[in-house]
Every structure is written in structure tokens, then in C-alpha cells.
Write a protein that binds this ligand. Sequence first.
Ligand code: 13P
Ligand code: SF4
Length: 346
Amino acid sequence: MPTLLTESPSLAYTPEVAAATRPAWDRLRRVMPEAEWITHAPLVHAIQRLKRERRAVVLAHNYQAPEIFHGVADRVGDSLALAQQARDTDAEVIVLAGVHFMAETAKLMNPDKVVLCPEPEAGCSLAASITAADVRALRQRHPGIPVVAYVNTSVAVKAEVDICCTSGNAVEVVESLGVSRVIFLPDRYLAAHVATQTAVEIVPWTGSCEVHVRFTGEEIEEYRSNYDDLLVVAHPECPPDVLAAADIVGSTARMVELIEAKKPPRVLLITECAMGDNVAAAVPEVEIVRPCNLCPHMRRITLANILAALETLSPRVEIDPAVVAPARRSVERMLAVRPGARRAGP
Ligand code: 13P
Ligand code: SF4
């Protein structure tokens, strides 16, 4: 049995490792003490080397820890960008540094490639809130009404619905169907937010994100009373009182774009807080105020399990062949919706 690099004493912080990982450290020094970086750098170096050997690409969600996001990711983004990148990559192996439904989406777009999910137990409270049987029951209760599923769902649920969406394109997807009523699942708060943006009637499900549900409007008002120049940016998975208290509501990608383009002096980021570190490392001119609600599922992905996945080419994402075609169709229909395309009127 070959010795795995993850178990090997060669994972030391040598001058060679320091030189090879310097570009990442130049960003990360803004958000991480050097003593911590010294523990990450040998793993970053080993992952970079193994990626080249395996012809692998690491796709990382905006909520990944800074040492992953800035240290080993080849592409980063929100759920929509990750689905697009998974569709477009020519790498032989895809490592999805994100939660399990994101890795499943990557596999759906690449049934013949090796897709690795470094920790398959990395779940999501939204994906866990609904099953394929629930969708069938909803269809019986609302015959003829199309079903839109947030990508934060299992592949079995995606196979039962008409089209997927992300927080970045939900309104466009709902309006692309050209109907007056849709079932929208599983996030009740994203559903409520979409309902404020369109004349299409939204029939919601009852799921919620265990991270975003913890924010409150009161908390935002308290932050505002401490700073005069605070721009409040919130993710649409937050409850309505939070969104009402925010200046801007958007997906994680929209938040990043806005901060990079406008460089407001101080931003209160109402979302998972590892993203605050990632943005602070990339855009040092902007002060990011970040109440710290971490996603326990995203935190299960580590440099050590990414390295182990590349060494062993496992755990691989495998999908029941019976659901691949219908689930893929739901994701492809979403990807075909033109960004910004909204029908005029109700
Ligand atoms: P985004 O698509 O905005 O990145 O959101 C994904 C997610 O899981 C938010 O909690
Ligand atoms: Fe799921 Fe919420 Fe974690 Fe996003 S932040 S992966 S919606 S539990």
C-alpha cells in the first residue's frame, strides 16, 4: 500500500514550499496569522502538485475557507458559476470544494468524468428539507403548476422538477416559464423574496438555510447605529425582516461583484462569514464587517481531505442512472435562461 502524502512527514514548511505558495500568502496575510499559514502551506503545495499530475481542477464555492479559496481553487463562485464551470471544464478530474449537492450538480454536467466530493457528509439544511416523494405530492396537490427547484436540492428532487434556479437567477427562471403561478422549493425565504420581485404567484415549500435564518433585522439596525457609512448586503436566504433592513439583496457572486466594482468604504456582509474573509483578502480597501455565522457543512471540506481525495481519486460522486437524464435536463434548462431576461408584465 503506497504511503499517502497526507500521512507523510514530507508535509513540512520548507523554503521551497514558502516560495511556491508565496502568491497565496500575499493575499491571505490580511486575514490569517503566519503561524496558521505555516500549517496550511505544505498542504497547498502538495495539492497544487497533485492537481497537475491528475489533470484536475478544484472548483470552490465562495463560502470555502480562505486557505482553500485563495490557496488551491482554480475557479471560484456562487452555485450558478460552479454549475457553469463544471459544464465548461476540460479537466479530467473535478474536485468540488463545496457541499454535496454542488458536487452532484458537477457530476450531472460531466457523467463521464471523475468528480470528487472530499467529504460526502457535507450536506445542506435546504437540500435535506425536501424529498422526491414530497415533490410528487406537491404536484398532485397543485396539478399543472410548474415546479422550480433551487439547486440546493438532491439530484432525486432535481429529477422531479421542471427547472432549477439559483439565488442569482431565480426571478429570471420563474419568469422564463411564462405562467402566472409556480411552485418554488425548498427555501421559503428565497421564495418570499422572489415573490416581491415578480407578478408570478409563488407557491412555497417550508425549508430554510440554518445559517441565514439566524440573522435578524434588529441585529442589522444595531450595526447601523455603530457606523454611519455602512452598506448592508444580504443573501436572499435570509428572513424578510433582514432583507427589508438591507440596502442590497443578492447571491454571493453579486455581493462579490458589487464590492469589487464599487469599493464602498464599509460593508456589512449578511451571509456565511468565511466569505467575508475571502473578500477581505481580495479587496483590502473595503472594510468587511461580518457577523460570524458559519456553515458547518461547508467547514467539513478541508485542505487535508482535498489532498486525500486527489491522492486516492475518491470519494467519487456517483448518481443513480435512472435520475441522471431528468435531473440534468432541469439544470440545463436553467443554464439556458439568459441572465437578465425577464418577461414584460405579469
Ligand atoms: P449562492 O448561490 O448565492 O452562492 O448561495 C449558495 C448557498 O448555499 C447559500 O447559502
Ligand atoms: Fe446549505 Fe445554508 Fe450551508 Fe448554503 S449556507 S450550504 S444553504 S446550510
